[in-house]
Design a protein around this ligand. Structure first.
Ligand code: FRU
Length: 495
């Protein structure tokens, strides 16, 4: 069944069991024919994927859930879909985990987190409810998963009441252990339309009391904060969050909404303050990155995974294939010299096969390679004080391409996706920029997976990620520069 624009609104909140039985099968057929399916990223089986949820390690495996609407490529009735892995690389689909099917989550099982406790994984999420007048209520809800993977919802909400002075934009609980108790961060909006993060505390994960808003800045954080996460990288607290409608003077960004972070000195729960001398920054300099979820993993690492997609964004070209969006690679977060680094986890690198390694000198434009498939990692090292352009996802004539313009004297790199593929992305600004230390060499590790690209600069000092929709045969790589000697490695990736 093809849904017309008109029918989308009606279909948005149709309960899953009321969809025609062949609807998913029809979508599956389209998905199978899609040239943009990913080879090494988490993607929806059908329909739409958004935020990562409930990232955790439990019962000997990594667990991850994501926001899912399996019946269409628009933001419909959201549920949690479950995937699990032994190595953070190979993910197995486990199916629908938290449906939106009770009075407390009738219009969506929204984002949240998970923590293991004894022989259960405790899940925390937001129930989104609309009444007949379309007024929204938000409930913070709980569920448990046992060692068989069976999930049971708690009957009563953990937090049923909105705190005074706040609107029903109140969601995305992150629960973590802190000293002798548990804390929960919740994204919130004040009645004056200001974005806040609220902190609750609990001794038993069942009874929660409000401590108040987290004080981490004097500036206004837009009109709402979504998906707050507080983690510790070697004891240094890092706050990751998505302020909607943030003033560009505070953090400059070109996406519909930014995913930001703050490196703090210390979390002082008594005063609800996150002391920091550092400014708030963009977590990723790319096109489509949002709702990053981070965890303090039991092995001591801090791990993060992002939604490669954006809220309030028109449909991507891939929507015609019955699916849209994916998750990023799992990234390890580290801090070196007060700077946050993000890099794909070490487990991922075991999956790579070196195809070639060479050093080139060029004085014009050179055809570097024609990959069999847009599924590889390209590592390029540019010496200090050099300028040039790298073209990926290019056709033979170089009419279509993704352009990476680098200048290692200024340390500035631009990535332009306006010429990728025959299907143009309708956007007014197709260029994103990252800034690296100047007068130094630049190393780029570029992970290409059919319709996603993640560029890690200087071992993860900066990251620039996004979705791209090239033609299948556009697998050429070109480089242009004068008196440019650079190093290059190409790996294929197969899981
Ligand atoms: C962020 C978000 C969350 C919400 C979820 C709903 O992308 O809007 O705030 O819980 O998506 O799918």
């Amino acid at each position: 069944m093809e849904l017309s624009e008109k029918n989308i609104a009606a279909a948005k909140y149709t309960p899953y069991d009321q969809w025609p039985t062949n609807h998913i099968e029809n979508l599956q057929k389209k998905v199978q024919r899609s040239k943009w399916r990913l080879a090494y990223h988490i993607q929806p089986e059908t329909g739409l994927l958004n935020d990562p949820n409930g990232f955790s390690f439990f019962n000997g495996k990594w667990h991850l859930f994501y926001q899912s609407f399996p019946f269409g490529t628009f933001h419909g009735l959201k549920s949690w879909y479950h995937v699990e892995s032994v190595d953070l690389v190979h993910w197995e689909n486990r199916g629908l985990a938290i449906p939106a099917d009770t009075a407390y989550d009738s219009h969506g099982a929204y984002s949240g987190s998970a923590i293991p406790l004894n022989d259960q994984l405790r899940l925390f999420y937001t129930g989104n409810v609309r009444n007949k007048d379309w007024t929204r209520s938000s409930f913070q809800l709980g569920a448990t998963m046992d060692t068989n993977g069976d999930i049971a919802k708690l009957k009563k909400p953990l937090i049923a009441e909105l705190p005074e002075g706040y609107t029903s934009h109140f969601r995305d609980p992150q629960v973590f252990e802190y000293q002798d108790r548990y804390l929960m961060l919740i994204g919130a909006q004040t009645e004056h339309k200001e974005g806040h993060i609220l902190i609750y505390e609990s001794d038993d994960l069942l009874t929660w009391s409000l401590l108040g808003p987290l004080n981490f800045t004097d500036q206004q954080m837009g009109y709402m904060i979504e998906c707050p996460h507080l983690v510790r990288v070697n004891k240094t607290p890092i706050l990751i969050f998505c302020p909607q409608g943030l003033d560009q003077k505070i953090v400059s960004y070109q996406n519909s909404n930014p995913n930001c972070y703050l490196i703090a000195d210390e979390l002082d729960v008594t005063n609800r303050s996150l002391l920091s001398k550092q400014p708030i920054k963009r977590l990723d300099d790319g096109f489509d990155v949002y709702a990053t979820q981070a965890i303090d993993a039991p092995d001591g690492r801090t791990l993060a995974i992002s939604w490669l997609g954006l809220p309030e964004q028109g449909e991507y070209p891939v929507s015609v294939d019955g699916w849209t969006n994916c998750l990023s690679l799992v990234k390890e977060l580290t801090i070196i010299d007060n700077h946050l680094y993000q890099y794909p986890v070490k487990e991922f690198h075991a999956q790579k096969t070196l195809v070639y390694e060479k050093q080139h000198t060029i004085d014009d434009i050179t055809h570097v390679y024609q990959a069999n498939d847009n599924c590889y990692e390209l590592e390029i090292t540019i010496p200090a004080n050099k300028q040039g352009d790298l073209y990926l996802l290019a056709d033979k004539q170089k009419n279509r391409y993704l352009q990476v313009t680098f200048d290692s004297a200024s340390g500035i790199v631009h990535v332009d996706r306006s010429k990728v593929g025959l299907v143009q992305i309708e956007e007014t600004n197709s260029v994103r920029t990252t800034t690296l230390p100047n007068y130094r060499s630049i190393k780029m590790n570029i992970f290409v997976d059919h319709s996603s690209i993640e560029i890690f600069f200087n071992e993860g000092y900066k990251v620039l990620s996004g979705l791209v929709f090239p033609e299948q045969e556009d697998t050429n790589i070109w480089i242009e520069g004068s008196e440019l000697t650079y190093k290059e490695r190409l790996y294929t990736i197969s899981l």
